[in-house]
Design a protein around this ligand. Structure first.
Ligand SMILES: Cc1ncc(C[n+]2csc(CCOP(=O)(O)OP(=O)(O)O)c2C)c(N)n1
Ligand SMILES: CC(=O)[C@@H](O)[C@H](O)COP(=O)(O)O
Ligand SMILES: [Mg+2]
Length: 704
């Protein structure tokens, strides 16, 4: 039988699910409704104003004096719900007043709001009719943790990567001017971008300001400055904003003069033109230091971002102004949470308590895997399938070990020191640790410079955010054949964050560069060996591992394992019926499937492929000869991934009698689900899915 392409693969998942909220099954909708109802089962919490505000129109029907009380209710609602569901609590607690004020002054049925990254969109969701579903936030079938047009017309974009809101806003402003050429500019739909202090440091945000300032299109950029990224904001921009904040006297003077300036009409008769000149002179005398002003973006602020009435007041004035305005608001990340002052990083994202979010489906899956099956599988294959340390921690430990033995090893993160497991490294090697802020492009190009200079840089980055620096991966690193290691965390499905954060494209986009080595460890021991071996290579390396735990209690000792050599796979089980070549963390699922199949007297070969590039073509060729079916398994988009590499190799090698089936993420964006394991099961990438495919393949072989 000829090799199949990924497209004609029989699928164990439901291909209709993947992008649209409308496509959800009735079961999922039911679960979401139950979760939503679980938020306040007693119905005791009285939030009389919030209960009345089911839409932006309803908000506008409140009396202005009621807005502070509404904000209090909104904040207490967030504290109750998000601590139960998990989610970006700190960022949202900080933008309560800002969001209420924006919805009060603007009409986002007509005006356009873009929330940068959109992890701070919860108050916006609540004010736009989604309060009653809030208990389902980030759960399977429930509300998305980011803005999502499938969810509401008030969400213009599905975003999760930082820094692009101003560009999107400029585009919307251009569209508005172009589509309403004869309308009074005050009445045209207006664009508002809300961006955090750390996201403003992203290169793309500066590109947008550069353009917006020159064009002078009417739009508002709200800078929500809480001094924190996930960790503390870093860089010269953070220092600059801090100087503005701390110089309170100058701040007050600037604010008063700024108000005065804003109250002067801009264009008009002779008197107004004179005032215009006065205004410009004052502006330059008082606030000429502002980077934004120099770029042609009018700066207003800084304002207390928790004074909702002040914000409303200022926004009403700003709405009448021409040009690109930047409103600088000062807020506290996590405001209202007891940890906000001491530990803002802890409040960035609340972890859901297991009891509430463990979905029935995932629980069922875990109870199905009896301890006995796990233990015997483990014995045979040298590893147990219970949870060990996270892959992130395994990387954090491995990088420390490598750095202790080699002074040339430096670690780079783009604003994610703890998420990428570099906490220990930053403490032990502060001078060899570089948090460049949310600037992946810069971080990667800088790594290229460091490698050229004789260092061994490791860029620790979430797979999805590496995409931001793709051209630097190509030109500055790959084309120069430089030894930069990309340690790609969250490479695979990520559960609650969903499509913006699923890291399922990296094999495809790195595999095509000549000279790249691609590898994925199956467990913590191989993480250590693989990283050490990657640092020995002369070219770029992409090392990928998912959000999740390594298998616990490894039983194959290091000395018993096959050497870690690029292009060498490791055979874990020998069988005759079907060969499974698994890549990275999914090796565990292949082992578990093998064990279950063995109980049915079906014996499969399991290979830990280790390297997607170079592939072990010698072993592959042998297995293609020896098996009727060879299945590849990876936590990556099926198109272009490890399986595609195997198919391409088969077309070079020949051995076409073997039917190659590629299992990976189907050609659809995978929605958020409560657990990564649910997403794996949905895509047919768990042991049960593999077992099904093996059985189908064997039936097909028998028929042929
Ligand atoms: C391109 C990119 N890199 C990294 C991240 C991870 N990330 C998400 S939120 C965040 C911090 C954002 O800080 P800020 O913009 O100040 O917003 P805040 O959470 O403080 O409101 C980071 C680094 C991302 N979303 N996008
Ligand atoms: C908004 C954002 O990009 C991060 O906060 C992300 O949600 C972190 O997810 P992890 O929990 O996988 O670190
Ligand atoms: Mg911030």
């Amino acid at each position: 039988m000829d090799s199949s392409t990924p497209e004609d693969e029989p699928t164990a998942f439901d291909p209709s699910v993947g992008g649209s909220m409308a496509d959800r099954s009735a079961d999922e909708a039911q679960r979401a409704a139950e979760l939503a109802a679980a938020v306040d089962p007693t119905g005791l919490v009285q939030r009389t104003l919030l209960d009345r505000v089911g839409s932006p129109e309803a908000l506008k029907s409140l009396d202005r004096s009621e807005l502070p009380a509404l904000c209090d209710e909104l904040r207490s609602f967030l504290l109750d719900t998000v601590q139960a569901t998990g989610g970006h609590l700190g960022s949202n607690l900080g933008v309560v007043e800002l969001t209420v004020a924006l919805h009060w002054v603007y009409d986002f049925g007509r005006d356009h709001i873009v929330l940068d990254t959109s992890h701070q969109s919860y108050p916006h969701k609540i004010l736009t009719g989604r309060k009653d579903r809030f208990g389902s936030l980030r759960q399977t079938g429930g509300l998305c943790g980011f803005t999502n047009p499938h969810e509401s017309p008030f969400d213009l974009f599905h975003l999760g990567h930082a820094g692009t809101s101003i560009s999107l806003g400029v585009g919307l402003a251009i569209a508005s001017a172009s589509r309403h050429p004869d309308e009074d500019p005050n009445l045209r739909p207006q664009a508002v971008a809300v961006i955090g202090d750390a996201s403003l440091g992203a290169g793309v945000a500066f590109e947008a300001l550069n353009h917006a300032g020159a064009r002078g299109e009417r739009m508002l950029v709200v800078l929500n400055d809480n001094e924190w990224s996930i960790a503390q904001s870093v860089g010269a921009l953070a220092r600059y904003l801090s100087r503005i904040r701390t110089n309170r006297t100058l701040m007050r003077a600037r604010q008063e003069i700024g108000n005065l300036i804003a109250s002067i009409p801009v264009i008009g008769d002779k008197v107004d033109r004179t005032l215009d000149q006065v205004r410009e002179v004052l502006r330059h005398a008082i606030i000429s230091g502002h980077v934004f002003e120099e770029l042609g973006v009018r700066y207003v602020g800084p304002l207390d971002g928790h004074d909702v009435l002040l914000l409303v007041d200022q926004l009403e004035k700003i709405r009448q102004l021409d040009g690109c305005i930047l409103l600088h608001t000062l807020t506290q990340k996590g405001k209202g949470h007891p940890d906000a002052s001491e530990h803002p990083e802890r409040v960035h994202a609340a972890k859901p308590p297991n009891s509430i979010v463990k979905p029935a489906e995932a629980q069922a899956r875990y109870t199905r895997e009896s301890e006995k099956v796990l233990a015997t599988a483990a014995q045979r294959c040298g590893t147990t399938l219970d949870s060990g340390i996270s892959y992130t921690q395994a990387f954090g430990d491995a990088v420390l070990e490598c750095a202790r033995g080699d002074l040339r090893v430096h670690a780079i993160t783009a604003g994610m020191p703890s998420g990428t497991g570099l906490g220990g490294f930053s403490k032990e090697f502060p001078t060899r640790f570089h948090d460049v802020g949310i600037t992946e492009q810069h971080g990667i190009a800088m790594a290229a410079g460091m490698a050229k200079g004789g260092l061994r840089p490791i860029v620790a980055v979430y797979s999805t955010f590496l995409q931001r620096g793709y051209d630097q991966v190509f030109q500055e690193v790959a084309l120069q054949e430089l030894p930069v290691v990309f340690a790609m965390d969250r490479a695979g499905l990520v559960g609650q964050d969903g499509p913006t954060h699923n890291g399922v494209f990296d094999i495809a986009f790195q595999r095509i560069f000549p000279g790249f080595t691609l590898c994925a460890p199956r467990d913590a021991t191989d993480m250590r060996r693989m990283l050490a071996s990657a640092l020995e290579l002369d070219g770029p390396v992409g090392l990928r591992y998912p959000r999740g735990s390594c298998p616990g209690h490894e039983r194959i000792t290091e000395s018993e394992r096959a050497p870690m050599v690029p292009g060498r796979a490791e055979v874990l089980l020998d069988g005759q019926d079907v060969a499974v070549w698994a890549y990275g963390a999914l090796v565990s699922e292949a082992i578990l499937a093998a064990e279950r199949l063995r109980e049915r007297d079906i014996h499969i070969t399991v290979v830990d492929a280790r390297y997607a590039k170079p592939l072990d073509e010698e072993l592959l060729s042998k297995h293609l000869r020896q098996h009727r079916t060879l299945i590849t398994l990876e936590e990556h988009q099926r198109a272009g991934g490890f399986g595609s590499a195997v198919l391409e190799a088969q077309s070079r090698i020949g051995e076409r009698a073997c039917h190659v089936r590629t299992l990976g993420v189907p050609d659809a964006y995978q929605e958020h689900r409560t657990q990564r394991e649910e997403q794996l099961a949905h895509c047919g990438l768990d042991a049960a899915g593999l077992e099904r495919i093996v059985s189908t393949a064997l039936r097909a072989v028998k028929r042929s």
